[in-house]
Design a protein around this ligand. Structure first.
Ligand SMILES: [Zn+2]
Length: 424
C-alpha cells in the first residue's frame, strides 16, 4: 500500500520547521515543541549520547507514531533515521499541563527573561510559558527547577570564572556608595541572610541612611557563617573601605545576640570556666556602663587575664553599653525589610551573579535618587523631601500656637497652645 504524504519522514521534518539539528538538545527541543503544540504526548524509548528514540504515549491504544534519530559521525548533527507516521491521535488526559513540557524545555523558553532579570517571579515565568505554549506548568517546583536551570545556563560562564579561584569569603563595595556615605549620618546598620544556592553560607550587608531617610547599601560579603570571626572580618573591611578615617561611627544590628554568643564561646575556649562565661555574657548584654564595670571587676577578681582579654577585644565591638548612644533613631526592623528587597532573588544565584546583581541594583538606586535630587534642586528645595515633610508637619502643628516675647535676645518666649500654656 502506498504511503500517504503525512506518513513520511520528510513531511514530519517540515512540520518540525527545520531539517538539520546541530545537536541532540536542539533536536529534542523541536520534537517536544511539536508535540506540545499539536497536543500529542510522546515517551522516550532510548536515550544515549548518539541515539534518541520516542514513541506515542498512546501506543497501547493503537497509535503507531514513533521515530528514531541518530548523531551523524562526521558533522555531529542529529537526523531522523526511522519514522512511522502519521500522528493523528489526541491524548485527552492532557488538560492544563503537558507532560512533555518539562523543566529543561521551560528553562529554554524563559531564558531571555532570566537574562534580563534573574529575580523574575515564578508567576511571571509561568505566564510566559502559557503565552508561548498554551499550557500551564502545574506545579511550582517545575518552574523553580526550570528557573535554576536557566540561571545556570545564562550565568554559568560567569560562575566558572570565579570557580577557578578557591575562596572562603568575599567582600565587595562600590565606589559611589563609599563616596555617598560621606554625606550620610555616621550610622551603619548590618544584617545577614542565608544563602540557599550552591554556596552554603551567609550574605552580609552594611547599610547607611541618606538625608532623605532612605537606605544606602554600602558593602556586601559572602562568608561561611555568622561567627564572631566572620562579623569581625566583615566589619574590618567595612571600616577599611567604606568608613575609612571617619570617626564616631555607630553600628546598629539586631544580630548583637548572635555575635555576642560567638564572642563568648571564643572567650570560653580560652578560659574554660562556666562562671566566667556567664559573667562575660552579662557584661556583653548590659546597657548601663555602671553595671558593665561591676561585672568586669568580678571577672577580674576570678581571673585578671580573662578581664584583660576582654578589654583587649574592644568593648565597643561587642557590648551594648559602649555604643555611645549614637543610634540616631533608626529602627533595625525597617532596615531588614529594605535589605530583603535589595537582595530579593539573589539568594539562589551563583556568587558572581550576586555581585553583578547588587551592582545593577545600586545603579538603579543611584539613578532614581539622582533624578530626585535633580528635581529638588530645580525646585529650589533646601532640604530633602523627608525633612520638608517633617518641617511642614511641625509648621501646621505650630500654626495653632501663639507666642509672647519675654526676652528676644535671650530667646525666652511663652508659647500658648490650644490646650493650655507651655513655656519655653
Ligand atoms: Zn499517537
Amino acid at each position: 500500500m502506498a504511503r500517504t504524504r503525512s506518513e513520511t519522514k520528510n513531511y514530519f521534518i517540515r512540520e518540525l520547521g527545520n531539517n538539520s539539528f546541530n545537536d541532540k538538545e536542539e533536536f529534542i527541543k523541536a520534537v517536544k515543541l511539536y508535540n506540545i503544540k499539536t497536543h500529542k504526548h510522546f515517551e522516550v524509548v532510548e536515550s544515549y549520547p548518539d541515539i534518541w528514540s520516542v514513541k506515542c504515549k498512546l501506543h497501547t491504544q493503537g497509535c503507531k507514531w514513533k521515530l528514531r534519530a541518530c548523531k551523524r559521525k562526521r558533522s555531529g548533527s542529529f537526523d531522523i533515521k526511522k519514522y512511522t507516521g502519521p500522528h493523528t491521535c489526541l491524548d485527552l488526559n492532557i488538560t492544563q499541563d503537558h507532560p512533555n513540557l518539562d523543566a529543561s524545555l521551560i528553562a529554554q523558553e524563559i531564558q531571555h527573561l532570566i537574562k534580563e532579570q534573574p529575580s523574575t517571579s515564578s508567576s511571571a515565568l509561568s505566564t510566559e510559558v502559557v503565552n508561548k505554549l498554551g499550557y500551564t506548568p502545574s506545579y511550582k517546583k517545575k518552574i523553580w527547577i526550570a528557573k535554576q536551570k536557566a540561571i545556570e545556563h545564562v550565568f554559568g560562564d560567569w560562575d566558572r570564572v570565579v570557580d577557578h579561584v578557591e575562596f572562603r569569603r568575599v567582600f565587595w563595595a562600590f565606589d559611589p556608595s563609599t563616596k555617598g556615605f560621606k554625606h550620610c549620618r555616621p550610622v551603619i546598620s548590618i544584617d545577614a541572610t542565608h544563602l540557599y544556592g550552591k554556596y552554603k553560607g551567609k550574605m552580609m550587608i552594611a547599610m547607611g541612611v541618606d538625608g532623605n531617610n532612605q537606605i544606602l547599601p554600602l558593602a556586601f560579603a559572602i562568608v561561611e557563617n555568622e561567627s564572631y570571626a566572620c562579623w569581625s572580618w566583615f566589619l574590618s573591611h567595612v571600616k577599611k573601605h567604606v568608613v575609612k578615617d571617619s570617626e564616631g561611627m555607630c553600628l546598629i544590628s539586631d544580630r548583637h545576640a548572635g555575635i555576642l554568643k560567638h564572642f563568648i564561646n571564643q572567650f570560653n575556649d580560652k578560659f574554660h570556666n562556666s562562671q566566667l562565661k556567664a559573667l562575660a555574657y552579662r557584661v556583653g548584654s548590659q546597657n548601663q556602663i555602671r553595671k558593665f564595670n561591676s561585672f568586669m571587676e568580678e571577672i577580674g577578681k576570678i581571673n585578671p587575664k580573662a578581664r584583660q582579654w576582654l578589654k583587649e577585644h574592644g568593648p565597643k565591638k561587642w557590648t551594648l553599653a559602649h555604643d555611645g548612644g549614637k543610634r540616631y533613631r533608626l529602627l533595625t526592623t525597617n532596615l531588614s525589610e529594605i535589605f530583603n528587597s535589595v537582595l530579593k532573588g539573589t539568594r539562589f544565584l551563583p556568587i558572581a551573579v550576586c555581585v553583578q546583581l547588587t551592582f545593577y541594583r545600586l545603579v538603579h538606586y543611584f539613578d532614581v535618587r539622582h533624578l530626585m535630587g535633580f528635581s529638588a534642586q530645580a525646585n529650589g528645595d533646601m532640604y530633602t523631601p523627608h525633612v520638608l515633610a517633617k518641617q511642614a508637619a511641625l509648621m501646621s502643628k505650630a500654626g495653632a500656637h501663639s507666642s509672647r516675647d519675654f526676652n528676644r535676645q535671650k530667646g525666652i518666649f511663652e508659647v500658648i497652645t490650644q490646650k493650655g500654656k507651655m513655656s519655653k
